[in-house]
Design a protein around this ligand. Structure first.
Ligand SMILES: [Ca+2]
Ligand SMILES: [Ca+2]
Ligand SMILES: [Ca+2]
Length: 468
């Protein structure tokens, strides 16, 4: 991983926001931008890859307006122990500011007025020397100690554009209105993205968003994040003043919150929210999963929730629910905030492909993919190994996704048939080779195969692959 510690923000970006983008593959990245930057306008998978290996996913490079093929763009500030996180965030302004925060506990109570254009990314989940990223392993905790909001962004000035991205953070014990509050009364084009984050133990909401910017068109992503044990809603999203908002929630969990998992509330008749919740668990909240009010288009797909009861202004809600699982998610230990899936969970292989690598016949619902070849005991290991599509046609290229595997001199990928015959071996120079696709050579019959990742003779991971 490249280290960039300069505070100088040398990059002038010519990228400008538009009110809407043309996005054929629906991955959140503009078609022209994808073409100009060597990405694929007809696959969603590339949003979650990191072309220049700078630790910032392509989707977030788009939102920041940086170059996804240049590891020096955007410039990154690595927080040293002597640095003052509050001060760094408050300095963040129109230039791109990526602040990388190593594992540790930080007392944080930030209230930032967004008066000018802002592109800010806070990225936790790194080890102390910033060579390895794994948010579940290297916990970066921003702790509000119930004193006030942990992070609050208030947009009050004229027509500013902003991108706020949180990645790999535990945001806990917020006071005031909640753990993260974004209130926007004057924004223009607004991105809020939450990825690999946890929002626990707020004295009010986990995350609260208020959009009241006339004729703006905000887009909020919530991806692989958990909202649990908050005193009010996990996520509360309110819109007023003729705002048209879009909310996309993917592979996230909302549970054990004391009111609703998610509330989506239009505060006036002119505002409208297009919401889409996919591959997510909204279960075991005190007052059912959802509170919906007003002109809300509510698409819930391949998800696991109990019931939607409190729909006010129900006539305005357009509900589209499909492939819903109504049984409990069967977490390993919800009381210990361990939201991995047990082997009997109905969420296993219950999701739909949205671009992430997965194990099994289909992606799982929730944050953590269950691997039947590994079970739950080894899921604490720091790496992910996924292959897709699966099942796969005989001559179709296979995508292999690796994350967090340390470089080793002795890694191979080996394909075995059901009789244990080794059909193919591919040596891996380093793990980054594998954010790629390759052809399964030498296969001439359909059936079940096992792709094993080995270090020497030791099997690190094994995925079952069905070839048709
Ligand atoms: Ca796109
Ligand atoms: Ca794409
Ligand atoms: Ca990148």
């Amino acid at each position: 991983m490249k280290k960039i510690t300069t505070f100088a923000l040398l990059l002038l970006t010519t990228f400008t926001f538009a009110q809407t983008i043309t996005d054929f593959d629906y991955d959140g990245m503009d078609d022209d931008w994808e073409e100009d930057n060597g990405l694929n306008t007809s696959t969603r998978t590339d949003a979650w890859l990191d072309a220049d290996e700078d630790g910032i996913l392509n989707l977030f490079e788009f939102q920041l307006g940086s170059d996804p093929q240049d590891p020096l763009s955007p410039s990154i500030i690595e927080l040293a122990s002597s640095d003052d996180l509050d001060q760094l965030i408050n300095q963040a302004a129109v230039d791109i500011t990526v602040i990388r925060i190593p594992e540790g506990d930080y007392d944080v109570n930030i209230d930032k007025n967004v008066n000018t254009n802002l592109k800010l990314m806070l990225q936790g989940g790194w080890n102390s020397d910033f060579t390895d990223y794994n948010p579940d392993f290297y916990k970066t905790t921003l702790n509000g100690k119930k004193l006030s909001e942990v992070l609050q962004f208030e947009v009050k000035n004229n027509k500013v554009n902003y991108s706020i991205i949180l990645d790999g953070l535990y945001v806990v014990n917020g006071g005031g209105e909640g753990n993260l509050i974004v209130s926007d009364t004057k924004g223009n084009y607004c991105y809020l993205s939450i990825y690999n984050c946890k929002f626990y133990g707020s004295s009010k909401v986990g995350v609260g968003v208020v959009q009241s910017s006339t004729d703006s068109w905000p887009l909020t992503f919530v991806i692989k994040s958990i909202f649990a044990n908050n005193t009010k809603e996990g996520l509360a999203y309110k819109t007023l003043d003729n705002t048209r908002s879009r909310l996309r929630v993917y592979n996230s969990i909302f549970t054990q919150n004391e009111t609703y998992g998610i509330s989506l509330e239009m505060l006036d008749a002119e505002s409208k929210l297009f919401s889409e919740i996919t591959n997510s668990v909204v279960y075991h909240n005190t007052n059912t999963g959802f509170y919906l009010k007003g002109d809300v288009t509510f698409d819930i797909l391949y998800s696991n929730y109990d019931k939607i009861e409190n729909i006010e202004g129900e006539a305005d809600v357009t509900e589209n629910a499909s492939n819903i699982i109504e049984f409990g998610p069967s977490f390993v230990s919800a009381s210990n905030l361990d939201f991995r899936l047990k082997p009997n969970s109905p969420c296993i292989d219950g999701g739909t492909f949205i671009g992430f690598g997965f194990v099994g016949t289909r992606p799982d619902i929730g944050v953590y993919e269950f691997d039947p070849n590994i079970g739950i005991n080894d899921l604490d290991s720091k790496f992910e190994f996924a292959t897709f599509p699966n099942p796969i046609a005989m001559n179709e290229p296979l995508n292999v996704y690796l994350n967090g595997i340390p470089n080793s001199k002795n890694l191979t990928l080996q394909l075995f048939d059901l009789n244990g015959k080794n059909i193919l071996s591919k040596k891996i120079i380093n793990s980054n080779d594998l954010n790629n696709s390759f052809t399964l050579e030498g296969i001439n019959s359909q059936g079940v195969y096992f792709l094993k990742l080995k270090e020497g003779e030791k099997i690190l991971k094994s995925n079952k692959i069905l070839i048709y």
